[in-house]
Each structure stands twice: as structure tokens, then as C-alpha cells.
Design a protein around this ligand. Structure first.
Ligand SMILES: Cc1cc2nc3c(=O)[nH]c(=O)nc-3n(C[C@H](O)[C@H](O)[C@H](O)COP(=O)(O)OP(=O)(O)OC[C@H]3O[C@@H](n4cnc5c(N)ncnc54)[C@H](O)[C@@H]3O)c2cc1C
Length: 406
């Protein structure tokens, strides 16, 4: 599929110029700085930290953040174009998730954080100097955010935090963790007698990872090999109260609104990965010969490619519709229409199913080669399940969409 088919909007020539610039810039970066090394990084289960600074210099980290904090304002569509191009040409979910974890860690600070938090953390992360991660999920469960157990009490001017987080992307390397903790209600006693259950009483606190009492362990995974995914333990970690994001006890709302931009971005990424599988399958079937002709000349194979295209096109159509339903930037603090939230949930499910279908068909078309490490289809086949679980599992997306719809 030609690049131009993917993001053209014939009604808005000015916007097209911006989109083309973002697409070309991201594609150039992915092909030069990531694609030649990605197999090596995946096998090493790490990518070089200076890539963050390179990506920042290319304008990829700051997209959709205010200029004053080192970013460049952008719409949902612009940001989606960047995700699409990055995933199509870098072909690695591990790389994407780790390089861009700040996009789930920083928005609560941007909207609700004090000047101290914004100025200390956001510019340093957008410049690629520091790494930020978001820590919500716990060993006892991730879907049911309202029941998290990591807790904090107030001691003088410090919050003292204990508990565990699991499956945290960039959690091993992060300099700052935006952590969901149960603070309960005033007077925030040490014995936890005021610990409110459920969504009330959850706060977001930024934890600088150089504080004593933090233990981090790397986890082994089915996919996303080059990203660091951590189990993190907090044992009486003392964090000054200026690191609380917004009002104490309002964390649950922030977490929920943060999910919308994450799910939209994962949807665009899933289409990018579906395209990477399509590209590889098309190239392979155009030169691989069986029974005296190119694979693509067998009608069954051609139809597989058309089935992939059909799903990619419908996902793109849905993506642009959802992007254009909302004309503010992804990182503005706006209470979205419930119907839009429902559309984002269904979009995530549709796009990740497209990715799953294309990875499966891609491996099949490549045959034995599709089972070999180093092909995009093989990697993406291993990476698809996390896209259907992380950021809200498929079942949760349907529940939420239904709740917002009726
Ligand atoms: C590689 C990776 C990276 C991640 N990165 C981060 C990160 O950076 N930060 C972070 O906070 N979290 C992260 N996560 C965690 C992720 O968001 C959670 O795994 C996800 O929310 C699901 O939570 P869980 O794994 O605890 O599954 P559970 O909540 O235990 O659910 C298990 C399964 O049960 C089903 N299920 C759950 N509830 C329902 C229901 N009500 N109805 C029907 N079915 C249901 C779903 O199929 C679900 O997959 C990451 C996970 C992975 C694998």
C-alpha cells in the first residue's frame, strides 16, 4: 500500500503538508536509526539509551506536548501518523513501547502537576535525557485498577510508599515512575485505618528511582524483547509531598482519562505493525517461486493479501474517524464525550485484531521463513498478544464501550 493512501485527507491540503512532513521524518528516522539494528537489539533484550536523545532531536518524543516544555503541538491525527510510520518501518513493538513510555507517564503531570513537577521532569524527558514510566499494574491484578494495594502514608512532609508493581514498561531504566498508590483519606495514618477501598483514595505520585527502598527486577517475555519490563518493589520509599500529582485522592480519574490517548496510540501502532507484515508478505510472495510461478500468482496467496488490505483499510478508516471526532490535541485535559471513549475502545480491539490477522497470514505466506527469527512477521506474531492485553484487555474494552454506549 502506498504511503499516500494511508493518511491522505483530500479536504485539507494544509494539514496534508504537515502529515507528509511527519510521515517522511518518522520513516527516515526508523529506517536509518532503528531498522538496521532491531534484530540485534531484540536478541540482546535492550536498545541503547542514547536512542532516546536521537529520537528527541528528530522531534519524535515531544510531539503533541506544549512548546514551552520542549514539545511541538499536534493533533490526534498527526500523532497517529507518527505511530503508524514508526511501527511500519521500525517493525518492533518492544522498541516503540519503551521509547515512548513517557506518553503514558507524563500526561497526568502535564494536566494536573505543579510547576515544580512539570519543569523538573517534562523537558528532561522530552529531550531524551531522562526516562519516565507509568506504574499502575500490580501482581494481584491490572484490569481492576480500583483495587490496587500499593499504599502510602504521610509522615511529616513525606509520603512513605510500600507495595509492588509488575509488568512495568521501561520500569528498569526509568528515572521517574508515575505510580498509582492508595493514600486513603485524611489524616493518612500509618496504620492504614483511613484507607478507603475502591477508586476513591487512589493518588498518583512521581517516584524518582534514585531514592532508597526501590528494588527492580527484569522480566522475561514472549515478545517486546528489546524493551525492559520490570517488577518493582517499594519498601518504605520516602517521597517529598511535592511529587504528588494534583490533588491527593484524585488519581483514579487521571488514570482513566490517560487511557484514551494510550489506546488511540496503540490502535495506530497496531495498524503500523499490520502494514509491516503486509509489506514483508507482499515482497516475499513477489519473488518466491513454487510450482513454477511466483507465490503471488497463486490466487489463494493473492486473496490472503487482499484480506490483509481489507482489514488494514477498515482499521485506518475507523482510526481517522476517531481522530477527527475530536479536534483538540491528545495531551490536552479535556473530558471527552462518552461516545468517543466507546469508539476508542472498539478501535483498539479492531486494530489489534487486524494486526493479529496480518501477522498470522504473513507468517503463513513466508512459510518456514516466517518462523525464523529476524523476519518482521515472526516478531510481530509474538508481539500481538500484549497489544490485545496491555492498555486494557479486549474484554475490558468491550465492557467499557458498552457502559459508555447505553
Ligand atoms: C509487556 C507488558 C507491558 C506492560 N506495561 C505496563 C506498564 O507500563 N504499566 C502498567 O501499569 N502496566 C503495564 N502492563 C500491564 C497491563 O496493562 C496488564 O497486563 C493488563 O491491564 C491486564 O492486567 P492483568 O495482566 O493483571 O490481567 P487480569 O486483570 O488478571 O486479567 C486477566 C485476563 O482476564 C480477562 N478479564 C479480566 N477482567 C475481565 C472481565 N471483567 N470480564 C471478562 N474478562 C476479564 C482478560 O482476558 C484479561 O486478559 C504491561 C503488560 C505487559 C504484558
Amino acid at each position: 500500500m502506498r504511503d499516500i493512501d494511508l493518511y491522505q485527507d483530500y479536504g485539507r491540503p494544509q494539514l496534508n503538508e504537515d502529515l507528509t512532513a511527519i510521515w517522511d521524518n518518522t520513516k527516515r528516522f526508523a529506517l536509518k536509526e532503528i531498522a538496521p539494528f532491531i534484530n540485534e537489539w531484540d536478541e540482546a533484550e535492550a536498545f541503547p539509551r542514547p536512542l532516546h536523545q536521537k529520537a528527541a532531536s528528530a522531534g519524535l518524543l515531544g510531539i503533541a506536548y506544549p512548546q514551552a516544555l520542549g514539545g511541538s503541538p499536534a493533533s490526534h491525527r498527526m500523532r497517529s501518523v507518527m505511530s503508524l510510520a514508526l511501527c511500519r518501518y521500525a517493525k518492533s513493538g518492544g522498541l516503540l513501547s519503551s521509547l515512548l513510555t513517557h506518553n503514558i507517564a507524563l500526561p497526568p503531570l502535564l494536566h494536573h502537576g505543579s510547576d515544580f513537577l512539570k519543569q523538573t521532569i517534562i523537558p528532561a524527558v522530552l529531550s531524551g535525557e531522562k526516562i519516565a514510566a507509568l506504574a499502575i499494574t500490580e501482581p494481584n491484578g491490572g484490569s481492576d485498577v480500583a483495587h490496587l494495594k500499593t499504599h502510602a502514608y504521610l509522615d511529616g512532609n513525606d509520603w512513605v510508599i510500600s507495595g509492588e508493581k509488575v509488568f512495568i514498561t521501561s520500569g528498569y531504566r526509568a528515572d521517574y515512575l508515575t505510580v498509582a498508590v492508595r493514600t486513603g483519606e485524611a489524616p493518612y495514618t500509618k496504620d492504614g485505618s483511613q484507607m478507603t477501598k475502591g477508586a476513591r483514595g487512589i493518588s498518583l505520585i512521581v517516584i524518582p528511582t534514585d531514592l532508597p527502598g526501590i528494588e527492580r527486577t527484569l522480566l522475561k517475555k514472549m515478545g517486546w524483547w528489546c524493551s525492559d519490563t520490570a517488577h518493582i518493589r517499594f519498601d518504605q520509599v520516602r517521597v517529598p509531598s511535592q511529587y504528588v500529582v494534583g490533588e491527593v485522592g484524585t488519581g483514579f480519574k487521571m488514570i482513566m482519562s490517560n487511557f484514551n490517548a494510550e489506546r488511540l496510540s496503540m490502535s495506530a501502532a497496531a495498524i503500523g505493525f499490520a502494514l509491516a507484515c503486509y509489506d514483508e508478505a507482499l515482497a516475499w510472495s513477489s519473488q518466491r517461486q513454487t510450482f513454477g510461478k511466483n507465490l503471488i500468482e497463486h490466487q489463494v496467496i493473492l486473496h490472503k493479501l487482499m484480506d490483509m488490505q481489507m482489514r488494514i483499510q477498515s482499521s485506518l478508516g475507523m482510526l481517522w474517524r476517531v481522530c477527527d471526532q475530536i479536534d483538540y490535541s491528545p495531551f490536552t485535559d479535556h473530558q471527552p464525550d462518552p461516545q468517543w471513549v466507546a469508539h476508542v475502545c472498539l478501535l483498539k480491539n479492531h486494530c489489534t485484531q487486524t494486526m493479529q490477522f496480518c501477522a498470522d497470514q504473513g507468517v503463513q505466506i513466508l512459510g518456514g521463513m516466517g518462523f525464523m527469527r529476524g523476519t518482521a512477521c515472526e516478531r510481530i506474531y509474538r508481539e500481538v498478544k500484549v497489544m490485545m492485553i496491555g492498555g486494557g484487555a479486549e474484554e475490558i474494552m468491550k465492557e467499557l464501550a458498552a457502559k459508555q454506549s447505553f
